[in-house]
Design a binder for this molecule. Structure first.
Ligand code: CO
Length: 444
């Protein structure tokens, strides 16, 4: 029977545990249920308090990285220990990333003795001694912690970090970092430039608003490389920084302040589409795949070594807004997933292949212009990539007609869905034609 796993916070996880005395049928049932529960949750170990039982019992998989057959006790395909105690441990300690079924989604780096010798009893009460190393030693120590009311969070080391972000694309990364208890965001640096909406300066900086809402210290800066910013960063002494859609070039002096460098979430499969408009460029280039990269920044433009990438097939329904939102979430979760491994030194950043590099450039209003000699497919890609800004338009008799929604039919021919003639509101293409207008036809 699969049992319910207690998740933190819950006082049950902190209750003292009792010695197993009766090795009876009830105990055998409990152990079988614990094994089933562990396996159905894809765990590698489980302790009794996690299934709301106060006995000193741990179960763990033992065929993960077993390479010391002589010393390993394995009468079953599993290791089951009742009343375990750590008899001795190596003085050598190692760092490893750990998770826990009682802390879903949380992974953290923990330093523990490399090898341990455990004394206890098997499921029938027979005395056993287990000499384990590597992964198994790790899991056993973690499970014995549970019997002593020690949890993953007690081992968690809080790290001071800083975040640099301005655009909406940065918000998920900031949110995910803020939700993870091991990262303390000491300061968010954001671009102080306000965006212009219809000629007026409007402050719609979502990064700043998120920070304020969650009581994170936020600082608007014109120049992150200024003496003031550098001094501020040196005072914070961040272990690492994260930069997402910041809008300013970060120079060497700043890059070198955090011990583990500054990581960047970039919405393209680097080295493709470096520069300011990777998402639009991915769509305009008619790429087969889109994706995100996590890099450790250097002084160049998106040229730093790659820590991780995640890619997926680009679909015809992926316009800029959909793709941007999706990549933003994907990038944020990839960042959170790899961070503990990067901190533990298990990920070695890999240099980008300069030969394959391509660059996106800033988009200007004129990029949205199409003529009747433009290919229909290209018009469609532009409609996907360049809405809501700058939009796509044709000019007839000095008046602009914006094309706001299109698709390609089965023969790859352009079908216009919606338009917005100059000075009028957006309308269905059929309604536009009913106004005695000529069809907008493009090259096939
Ligand atoms: Co656990």
């Amino acid at each position: 029977m699969k049992l319910k796993i207690i998740t933190d916070p819950n006082p049950i996880l902190r209750q003292p545990t009792k010695e197993v005395v009766n090795f009876d049928m009830e105990l055998q049932n409990l152990i079988d249920n614990m094994v089933e529960t562990m396996r159905k949750n894809q765990g590698v170990g489980l302790a009794a308090p996690q299934v709301e039982n106060d006995k000193k019992i741990v179960v763990l998989e033992h065929d993960v990285e077993v390479d010391n057959e002589e010393t390993l006790y394995k009468p079953f395909p599993l290791t089951i220990v009742c009343n375990p105690i750590i008899k001795s441990k190596s003085t050598k300690k190692v760092k490893m990333v750990e998770g826990c079924l009682s802390f879903p989604g949380i992974f953290t780096v923990i330093k523990r003795p490399k090898d341990v010798v455990i004394e206890g009893q098997d499921r029938y009460g027979k005395k056993i001694e287990i000499d384990v190393e590597k992964f198994q030693s790790r899991v056993l120590q973690h499970e014995i912690d549970h019997l002593n009311s020690t949890l993953l969070s007690d081992h968690m080391r809080e790290m001071d970090i800083v975040f640099f972000g301005t655009g909406d694309f940065a918000v998920y990364a900031l949110e995910y970092l803020n939700n993870d208890p091991q990262y303390i965001i000491k300061k968010v640096f954001t671009n102080s430039k306000k965006s212009k909406v219809r000629g007026k300066n409007v402050d719609n900086n979502q990064v700043k608003q998120f920070a304020k809402k969650h009581n994170i210290n936020v600082k608007e800066v014109d120049d992150i490389n200024s003496e003031e910013s550098v001094t501020m960063l040196k005072t914070i002494k961040p272990e690492f920084g994260v930069v997402v859609d910041f809008g300013q070039i970060i120079k060497k002096e700043v890059i070198e302040i955090p011990k583990l460098g500054i990581l960047n979430v970039h919405p393209s499969l680097l080295p493709k589409h470096r520069g300011p408009t990777p998402i639009q460029n991915t769509i305009l280039s008619d790429d087969k795949n889109a994706g995100v990269s996590i890099i450790k920044i250097d002084e160049g433009v998106d040229s730093g070594p790659i820590l991780a990438q995640n890619e997926f097939k680009l679909k015809d329904s992926h316009n800029f807004e959909i793709l941007s939102d999706y990549l933003s979430k994907l990038g944020a979760s990839l960042l959170i997933d790899i961070l503990p491994y990067y901190i533990a030194g298990e990920i070695k950043p890999e240099a980008q292949n300069e030969k394959d590099a391509s660059y996106s450039k800033l988009i200007i209003k004129e990029d949205g212009r199409v003529g009747f000699d433009t290919k229909g497919e290209e018009v469609h890609r532009k409609v996907l990539a360049l809405n809501p800004w700058p939009g796509v338009f044709v000019e007839i008799d000095g008046k602009r007609i914006k094309i706001t929604a299109t698709h390609l039919d089965e023969e790859n021919k352009l079908v216009i869905e919606r338009v917005k003639p100059e000075g009028k509101s957006e309308m269905n293409y059929e309604d536009y034609l009913r106004g005695d207008k000529n069809e907008l036809t493009f090259r096939e």
